[in-house]
Write a protein that binds this ligand. Structure first.
Ligand SMILES: Nc1ncnc2c1ncn2[C@@H]1O[C@H](COP(=O)(O)OP(=O)(O)OP(=O)(O)O)[C@@H](O)[C@H]1O
Ligand SMILES: [Mg+2]
Length: 595
C-alpha cells in the first residue's frame, strides 16, 4: 500500500493498490532569514505533547516548522494536509505513511485495517498507531500536521482528540493552522500538555525584516524605511516578501513604502498587483493560467498552457522567490503559496473568465492520463464537463470503496448535478453499495430503483473499472442490482426473496464477473442456511470454492486480497454459520467463518 510513495504522484489502479502522493511528506525548506529564537521555543515546547502554531495566513508557520523539522533531534514525520484529507480513512492512511518514514513498520497494520471494505472505527485506527509507537526502546517521533485548518470533518478531530488523550510517550504532535483547531486545547493547556506559538511570536522583528529586504532587493534601505515597512506589514512574512519583490523595480523605494497601508488583504492585493505588473507578459500569462492547478510540474504546466519550457520557467520563478513552493528535493513538483494562488485565481476569473473551462479541461485530461483520479474529477467538474466527471467517478469509485474512502465518494458525487447521477446506473449503484456498507440499507432501495431506471433508459455503456472487471461489483449492472436486492432481502431475514434475487443475479453473470459471482454464492448459501436448507447451502459454497481455486481466478495466486486467505480457511475448516453475521456486498468474507 503505502510502501513506495513516489515523487511523481500516481496511482496504480490495479486491485486498488495505490501509491501515496510523496509530495505530501516533503519537509519544506528553511527560509533564508534564520529564526533561532523560534526554533528554540519549538524545541522547548515539543516535550509538552501537543504544539499548536496558529497564525493567520502567511506568517511563516510552514517555513519555521520545516526549518525545525530538518534540524530537530527528534525525528519528524511531516504531513501537508489538503481538503481531501477530510476523508478520515485517507487522513489516517497518510498519517501512518508519514510516521512510517521515520518509524518503519507503523504503516502496515494501519493500512491492513483500512483496506477492509468496511471502515473500522477511527479509534481502532488511532489505537493501532498508539500501540506501534508505544513499543519500548524506539525513541520519540514528532508528527507535524501542516495546514490543519483544512480539516473540517468532525470524525478526524475526534480521532485526533482520542490520540491526544492517550498520547504515547514516544509521540509528539505539532499542528500548524490558520485558526484554533477544534481540539480540547483548554484542557491540555490546564494540564501543561500544550505549547503555543501565535502571530505575536512569529512576526518578523525589525532585524528579520531588514535581513529579508537586504536579501531579496539587494538594496541597503535606510533604517527609517525598514522601520516604516515593518510597521506597515506588522512583521507579516508574506507582506514583507511581497513588499520586497515590489521594491525591486522601484526608483524611489522610500516613497513606495510610504504609499501602502491597511489590512493584510489590502496590502496583499495591492502588492500582488505591483509584483505582477513587473513581470514579463509570458510569465504573467503562465502564472495566471497555471493558477488553476493545486500542484505544478513541467509536463502538466506544458499541457495546461499549451506551451513548452514550463520546467525551466518554474525553476526561474522559484529562484525569483515568486511564491513558488518546492514540494520535493529534486525540483520536480511545486505549488504556489496558497495566498498567492488565491489572488492569481481571482485575477484569472476577473480578466479571462472564458479561458477557465479550457484550462481545466487540459488539466483534467493530463491527470486522467496519469491515473490521478481525484484531480481529474475536480478539473473535469470545474470545466463544466459533468458527463466526463461522472464517467471518471464511475471508473474509480470501487477503488475508493475498497479503501473505505466513502467520504471522498460523497465529495465527488456532491460535485455532480443530481440529474447526471440519476441518469447513470453505476453511480446509483455505487451509492447503494456505500449506503449498505455504512449501515444504511434503507437508503439503498431507492438508489437501486434509480439504477434500474437509468439502465433501462440508456442501456449499458463501455466501462473500465479501476479495479478491473473481475474484482468489480459494478461492472455488470443487472447482476449487481439483483445481487444487492438479494443482500438486502437476506439482511431483512427474507430468505425466500434473497434466494430468488440471487438466482436472478446468476442468470446475468458472465465468466469475468468473478467477485460478484463469489458474493452471490456466499449470499445464496447464507439464504439457504437461513431457510434450514443446509445441503443447498453447502452446494452453493462448493460452487464458490471451485471458482476461487480455479487457477484463472484473480485471487488464486494469493495477491493479498482478503478473500484469498479467508477462502483458504474455508477449504480446511468446517462450515459453521454464525447467526449474528450480517454480510453486505462489500463485507469482508470473514463473517461466516468460525473454526
Ligand atoms: N524565515 C524566513 N525566511 C525567508 N522567507 C520566509 C521566512 N519565513 C517565511 N518566509 C516567507 O514568507 C511567506 C509565508 O511563509 P509561510 O508559507 O511559511 O507562511 P504560513 O504561515 O505557513 O502561511 P499559510 O497559513 O498560508 O500556510 C513564504 O513565501 C515564505 O517563503
Ligand atoms: Mg503554511
Amino acid at each position: 500500500m503505502a510502501k513506495s510513495p513516489t515523487t511523481s504522484p500516481s496511482e496504480d489502479p490495479a486491485l486498488g493498490r495505490d501509491v501515496l502522493v510523496a509530495t505530501k511528506f516533503h519537509v519544506p525548506r528553511a527560509g533564508f532569514v534564520p529564526r533561532p529564537r523560534l526554533l528554540a521555543r519549538l524545541s522547548q515546547g515539543i516535550g509538552s505533547g501537543l504544539t499548536v502554531v496558529c497564525t493567520p495566513a502567511g506568517f511563516g508557520k510552514t517555513t519555521m516548522l520545516g526549518d525545525w523539522a530538518r534540524r530537530s533531534r527528534v525525528p519528524a514525520a511531516w504531513l501537508s494536509l489538503d481538503a481531501a484529507d477530510n476523508d478520515p480513512a485517507r487522513f489516517w492512511r497518510y498519517v501512518a505513511a508519514a510516521l512510517d518514514r521515520v518509524r518503519p513498520g507503523t504503516d502496515a497494520p494501519v493500512t491492513a485495517l483500512l483496506q477492509g471494505r468496511q471502515q473500522p472505527p477511527l479509534e481502532a485506527v488511532a489505537t493501532v498507531v498508539i500501540n506501534e509507537l508505544s513499543a519500548p526502546g524506539k525513541g520519540g517521533v514528532a508528527l507535524v500536521l501542516d495546514d490543519y485548518h483544512l480539516v473540517e470533518a468532525p470524525p478526524v478531530h475526534d480521532s485526533i482528540t482520542f490520540l491526544l488523550d492517550r498520547l504515547p510517550p514516544g509521540l509528539r504532535l505539532v499542528l500548524s493552522s490558520r485558526a484554533d483547531p477544534p481540539l480540547p486545547l483548554a484542557r491540555l493547556r490546564g494540564r501543561g500538555q500544550l505549547a503555543e506559538l501565535r502571530a505575536a511570536d512569529l512576526r518578523f522583528t525589525l532585524a528579520e525584516t531588514a535581513a529579508f529586504l537586504r536579501e531579496v532587493t539587494g538594496l541597503d534601505l535606510p533604517a527609517v524605511s525598514v522601520a516604516a515597512l515593518q510597521e506597515r506589514t506588522e512583521g507579516w512574512a508574506a507582506g514583507v516578501q511581497l513588499a520586497a519583490l515590489a521594491l525591486r523595480g522601484q526608483a524611489d523605494p522610500a516613497g513606495f513604502i510610504a504609499t501602502f497601508a491597511g489590512s493584510h488583504r489590502y496590502v496583499l492585493d495591492y502588492l500582488t498587483g505591483e509584483v505582477l505588473a513587473g513581470q514579463p507578459e509570458h510569465v504573467l500569462r503562465f502564472l495566471l493560467e497555471t493558477s488553476v492547478l493545486d500542484r505544478l510540474c513541467g509536463p502538466l504546466c506544458d499541457a495546461v498552457t499549451g506551451r513548452i519550457g514550463s520546467q525551466a520557467l518554474l525553476e526561474e520563478l522559484d529562484r525569483a522567490n515568486l511564491f513558488v513552493v518546492p514540494l520535493d528535493e529534486v525540483r520536480q513538483w511545486w505549488r504556489y503559496h496558497h495566498l498567492f494562488a488565491d489572488l492569481l485565481r481571482a485575477r484569472l476569473e476577473r480578466e479571462r473568465p472564458t479561458a477557465l473551462p479550457g484550462l481545466h479541461r487540459a488539466a483534467a485530461a493530463w491527470h486522467e492520463e496519469h491515473g490521478l483520479a481525484d484531480d481529474a474529477v475536480r478539473h473535469a467538474t470545474a470545466a463544466g464537463e459533468t458527463g466526463w466527471a461522472a464517467r471518471l467517478v464511475e471508473r474509480h469509485v470501487e477503488t475508493l470503496l475498497r479503501r473505505s474512502q466513502g467520504a471522498t465518494l460523497d465529495r465527488w458525487i456532491s460535485a455532480l448535478p443530481a440529474e447526471s447521477i440519476r441518469a447513470r446506473a453505476r453511480l446509483c449503484l455505487a451509492q447503494a453499495v456505500a449506503a449498505v456498507v455504512a449501515g444504511r440499507p434503507e437508503a439503498a432501495e431507492p438508489l437501486l430503483a434509480s439504477a434500474e431506471r437509468a439502465f433501462a433508459a440508456s442501456g449499458d455503456e463501455p466501462h473500465e473499472p479501476s479495479v478491473g472487471r473481475a474484482l468489480s461489483v459494478l461492472a455488470n449492472v443487472p447482476a449487481s442490482i439483483a445481487f444487492l436486492r438479494a443482500d438486502l432481502a437476506r439482511m431483512r431475514g427474507d430468505a425466500a426473496r434473497a434466494v430468488a434475487y440471487d438466482q436472478q443475479a446468476l442468470t446475468h453473470l458472465g465468466e469475468d464477473d468473478w467477485i460478484l459471482r463469489s458474493m452471490v454464492a456466499w449470499n445464496l448459501a447464507a439464504a439457504h442456511w437461513l431457510r434450514g436448507e443446509l445441503g443447498e447451502a453447502e452446494r452453493a459454497l462448493d460452487d464458490l470454492f471451485q471458482g476461487v481455486f480455479d487457477l484463472r481466478s484473480p485471487v488464486a495466486d494469493g495477491d493479498g486480497c482478503p478473500e484469498s486467505t479467508l477462502l483458504t480457511q474455508r477449504r480446511t475448516w468446517r462450515f459453521s454459520w454464525t447467526p449474528t453475521w450480517t454480510p453486505s456486498p462489500l463485507h469482508s468474507t470473514s463473517g461466516p467463518m468460525t473454526c
